[in-house]
Design a protein around this ligand. Structure first.
Ligand SMILES: [Zn+2]
Length: 133
């Protein structure tokens, strides 16, 4: 069931609201260099289902390698509540740990994206999705 969740960065300047069906959207973990260091738990959200409530002006963007992913974070507290991932740069990956309702008991990662080997992992993910259609 689609539900509404709010979340934000640590200092509270950046606040957002998302609509997501947690039963249908598996929380993921990525093994790439930055996701490992951030400790982000990925929750894929289409861009029309994420609303920035406040703090858009507090966000700044870090890019590296291909520059496709826009690693947005709060420039005051350094926390990454959501960003535009390289796998789907038009949409968002929300950091499930930044949801107000984050519950480590029920919001465990159920899939792993092997971002250390990004091209191969993306090819596998695309093939899996095509097979399910
Ligand atoms: Zn902040």
């Amino acid at each position: 069931m689609m539900e509404t969740y709010e979340g934000g960065c640590h200092c509270g300047r950046v606040r957002f609201r998302v609509q997501v069906d947690l039963a249908q959207t598996a929380i993921g973990e990525c093994t790439c260099s930055i996701c490992t260091k951030k400790g982000i738990l990925h929750l894929a959200v289409p861009r029309e289902r994420l609303e920035i409530l406040s703090g858009a002006d507090a966000l700044t963007t870090y890019t590296f390698n291909t520059g496709t992913a826009k690693h947005t974070f709060c420039r005051h507290c350094g926390i990454h509540p959501f960003y535009n991932p390289r796998t789907d740069p038009q949409n968002y990956s929300v950091n499930a740990r930044c949801l107000d309702a984050y519950d480590p008991q029920t919001m465990q990662p159920r899939r792993v994206f092997d971002g250390r080997d990004w091209e191969a992992a993306f090819a596998r993910q695309s093939a899996d999705r095509a097979a399910k259609r």
